[in-house]
Write a protein that binds this ligand. Structure first.
Ligand code: MLT
Ligand code: ZN
Length: 475
């Protein structure tokens, strides 16, 4: 086993000394996660500039038994992209691999290196009069490789699907340094196992994604949005079902926001004015988009809202009258996450259940949590259209984050996850597993599922060098 100096020297020879960081002040932002909950240590942060360099680095590490933590924009909420404190791994960060390689408007695809940020990918599509539809709050920092490795979701999944649905090809460096590639932009290829799917959602445990071919969509020409006060989560589900029946694929987003989530974010944004008066208990941000006229789209949203009022599901609605109104609505929605991070003391449960059970889940989970932590703020929001709720009890203003988490984190998250499991749901809808939820998997996945996951891991990474300790619980 080489010592740290030998490792740094060998890897510097591959990527160049300026791209192999080892001083603590240089590595700290890479070894600490986005929410500053996980602080690890690394031998070095290695910044390759090409797939060949990634392959050489990985191959060297494989031959010398050095662990690798792959990292994109380091925006994981589950501690999935930082090493543990042992200090015996390198971080392989893809940020220098940030080129859009090709936009093919006839094939409606885009080929790019893994280190392109999501916002740059969206801009490249936009400049070609197309849409790359993945939309998440961290788009300025998160990278395509990380989006694929975690099968990212976000606020437009209802219409366009998760990242998995948007990937046509992957290039990945395998744990021994070989390069797997399927960068062909094919929508049909029935030639055996669809191997790229292994890497999508694998959280860096099976290979290091270095490039991808992504699907492009027609660019919407019209957007209509409204913040809607609904009677209850059950009424919101009815409204969603009506919207889908009446407007089909134009329904792009359907995001639930609780009163406590709205109050928190408005306070965080410097006492921003809430879009709806009267402090509604439950709101949804509804967005329709189309390639047709703005007038027709506005009319279709209004029709849905009017029927919703007639059926007593909707109490009130603030309809955006300009694109800047739409952007202001989205700002409120997207800042809920950071408002909690800033406040501290948030028990993040990113769960999904079948849409038909979502109202029942929210009612029961609220009752249970209120009986355990009566003063907590019920920050509940998220992608109701996908059956995905961010159910995040937050510390009361008078209690410190430390005290609240120590008293309630374990019991509340287990109660919520247990209820989700009973309702046939998932304890991690879109944020993944990382280290935060790793050990919980034992309880919620069958031994057959866990056994198969480990068999796949062992087939590709028998030395357990790639992102060790992440996602897979010990058996
Ligand atoms: C969101 O929907 O805002 C994201 O998943 C982030 C979060 O929930 O913290
Ligand atoms: Zn989300």
């Amino acid at each position: 086993m080489p010592n740290h100096q030998e490792t740094i020297a060998a890897l510097s020879a591959i990527v160049g000394p300026a791209a192999c960081l080892s001083e603590p002040h240089e590595t700290e932002s890479y070894t600490t996660d986005y929410r500053k909950l996980y602080r690890g240590a690394a031998i070095a942060v290695v910044l390759p500039a090409s797939t060949e360099q990634v392959s050489q680095v990985v191959s060297w590490c494989h031959d010398h038994g050095i662990k690798i933590v792959p990292q994109g924009g380091n925006t994981s909420l589950m501690g999935g992209a930082v090493p543990d404190s042992a200090g015996d791994a390198i971080i392989l960060n893809l940020r220098r691999m940030s080129r859009v390689l090709e936009v093919d408007t006839l094939n409606d695809t885009m080929t790019l290196q893994a280190g392109v940020t999501l916002s740059n990918a969206r801009t490249a599509a936009d400049q070609a009069e197309r849409l790359f539809p993945l939309r998440i709050g961290s788009e300025g920092s998160c990278q395509i490789g990380g989006n694929i490795a975690t099968n990212a979701g976000g606020t437009a999944v209802l219409r366009y699907g998760n990242m998995r649905d948007l990937v046509l090809g992957v290039e990945a460096v395998l744990p021994d340094g070989r390069i797997y590639t399927s960068l062909r932009g094919l929508r049909k290829d029935n030639t055996g196992y669809d191997l790229k799917q292994l890497f999508i959602g694998s959280e860096g445990t099976l290979g290091i994604i270095t490039a991808a071919v992504l699907k492009l969509m027609p660019k919407p020409q019209a957007t209509s949005a409204a913040f809607v006060s609904v009677n209850s989560p059950a009424a919101a589900v009815e409204l969603l079902s009506l919207a889908k029946q009446m407007a089909g694929p134009m329904v792009t987003a359907f995001e639930l926001v609780s009163a406590d989530a709205m109050n928190l974010v408005c306070e965080y944004l410097g006492n921003a004015t809430p879009p709806l008066q009267g402090q509604p208990s439950w709101m949804v941000l509804v967005e329709f988009t189309s390639t047709g006229s703005q007038e027709a789209l506005d009319a279709s949203l209004m029709q849905v809202l009017e029927l919703g009022i007639e059926r007593a599901w909707v109490n009130d609605a603030a309809v955006a009258s300009s694109l800047s109104d739409v952007q202001a609505f989205w700002r409120i929605r997207e800042e809920i996450s950071d408002a909690q991070t800033r406040t501290g003391g948030s028990i993040k449960c990113d769960v999904s259940v079948p849409l038909s059970s979502i109202a029942n889940f929210i009612d029961q989970a609220c009752q249970t949590v209120k009986s355990m932590a009566p003063d907590c703020r019920m920050v509940i929001y998220g992608h109701m259209g996908d059956g995905n709720v961010h159910f995040n009890p937050l510390r009361p203003a008078h209690q410190s984050a430390k005290e609240f988490m120590a008293a309630h984190y374990q019991s509340v998250s287990h109660a919520v996850d247990g209820l989700v499991h009973k309702l046939n749901g998932s304890i991690s809808a879109e944020h993944g597993i990382g280290v935060a939820k790793r050990d919980d998997l034992k309880q919620y996945k069958s031994s057959i599922e866990l056994g198969l996951m480990w068999q796949i891991k062992q087939a590709l990474d028998p030395l357990n060098l790639l992102n060790p300790g992440k996602m897979l619980p010990s058996l």
